[in-house]
Design a binder for this molecule. Structure first.
Ligand code: HSE
Length: 345
């Protein structure tokens, strides 16, 4: 069965997705019986390319597709009018408004198209609206690539906790901050650790988003609304403190107390009927050495859930990174495609 994919954004994630389509396309068709076809692609720099018969992902990677299969329409026109089954929204996150990704996703869902996105803004800021729209239009909205992208989290935890009520989470969700903390533990200064994180491509284009705790806050908003049934929320509902105050000395001192410091996001399920608006916190926190989040190496991420039916359950693994996030988007596309094949939307 052919499943047509429209890709928006050809940065690290979009390019990673093209590489996966190119390298794994045949294997996926054999394994899942779905032929994933890239029928459109849009970039900030090259414009749009369209081919109803499918673009060669290698041509999207090289840029050739944009000269041989150019489309004069805007990205939004492509979302509104072109033929596709799944929108893969991989543009850069706008933490304040979620735009233009929010409009792309809204428009696709209004057309009844399923969506996967790695873009945190729209999911964090408009979670309930988009989920309701998807439901109303019989479409699916998946976002595995938004939080702990290199670790299947939503796809494992949503079905995994069926019948349980998740009561709270604590998470280390920003690879850049974790990397810098690990480096500062060995005496590297804050500025040198940041330069290393930037050179390795971990930090956001604007590193203040990572260091100020805002990237973690967006991820925590997604987790709280997705797992804890928080009402619609905004960044104003998060008490955010970043890592600017951390130094190698802070970490030496934490080690002398038998632990370490991490940038921890925490949320608790709101008490029904309390009338108190729930809040989330993001702040550097001392963790004893035996805490499940204390020993995350390098850029690793981790989360610990508590539920009414289980003890603490931890997920650890890779956070974001181009190839990892691309895999999360591919996972969602296969999930949607195999659902379509089985007759579900
Ligand atoms: N800059 C982010 C991090 C990656 O370091 O985790 C995207 O979420």
């Amino acid at each position: 069965m052919k499943v047509r994919v429209l890709l928006l954004g050809c940065g690290n994630v979009g390019r990673g997705l093209c590489s996966l389509f190119s390298g794994k396309g045949k294997e996926l068709a054999e394994r899942y019986g779905v032929d994933l076809s890239l029928t459109g692609a849009a970039t900030r720099t090259h414009g749009c390319a369209v081919d109803p018969d499918g673009l060669d992902p290698r041509d999207v990677l090289s840029g050739r597709a944009f000269s041989t299969r150019p489309s004069r329409v805007s990205t939004m026109d492509l979302v509104e009018t072109s033929g596709y089954d799944v929108l893969a929204e991989c543009t850069v996150t706008n933490p304040e408004t979620g735009e233009p990704a929010l409009s792309h996703i809204r428009t696709a869902l209004e057309r009844g198209k399923s969506v996967t996105t790695s873009n945190k803004g729209p999911i964090a800021l408009r979670f309930h609206e988009l989920r309701a729209l998807a439901k109303a239009r019989g479409a699916r909205l998946l976002y595995e690539g938004t939080v702990m992208a290199g670790t299947p989290l939503f796809s494992a935890a949503h079905p995994g906790f069926l019948g349980a009520e998740i009561a709270s989470f604590e998470g280390v969700l920003n690879g850049t901050c974790n990397y810098m903390i690990e480096r500062m533990k060995t005496g590297t200064t804050f500025d040198a650790a940041l330069s290393e994180a930037q050179a390795k491509g971990y930090a956001e284009a604007e590193p203040g988003t990572d260091l100020g705790g805002w990237d973690t806050a967006l991820k925590a908003l997604i987790l709280a609304q997705s797992f804890l049934d928080f009402p619609p929320m905004s960044l104003r509902d998060v008490d955010v403190e970043g890592v600017y105050g951390l130094t190698p000395d802070t970490l030496v001192e934490a080690a002398s107390r038998g632990g370490t410091v991490r940038l921890v996001a925490a949320g608790e399920r709101p008490c029904a009927g309390s009338g108190i608006r729930p809040r989330i916190s993001v702040r550097p926190k001392f963790l004893p050495a035996d805490h499940p989040l204390a020993n995350l190496p390098d850029t690793a991420n981790g989360i610990v859930f508590s539920s009414d039916a289980t003890g603490p359950v931890s997920f650890m693994g890779a956070g974001a990174g181009g190839p990892q996030t691309a895999f999360a988007v591919l996972r969602d596309i296969i999930d949607i495609a195999t659902g379509m094949k089985a007759g579900r939307k």
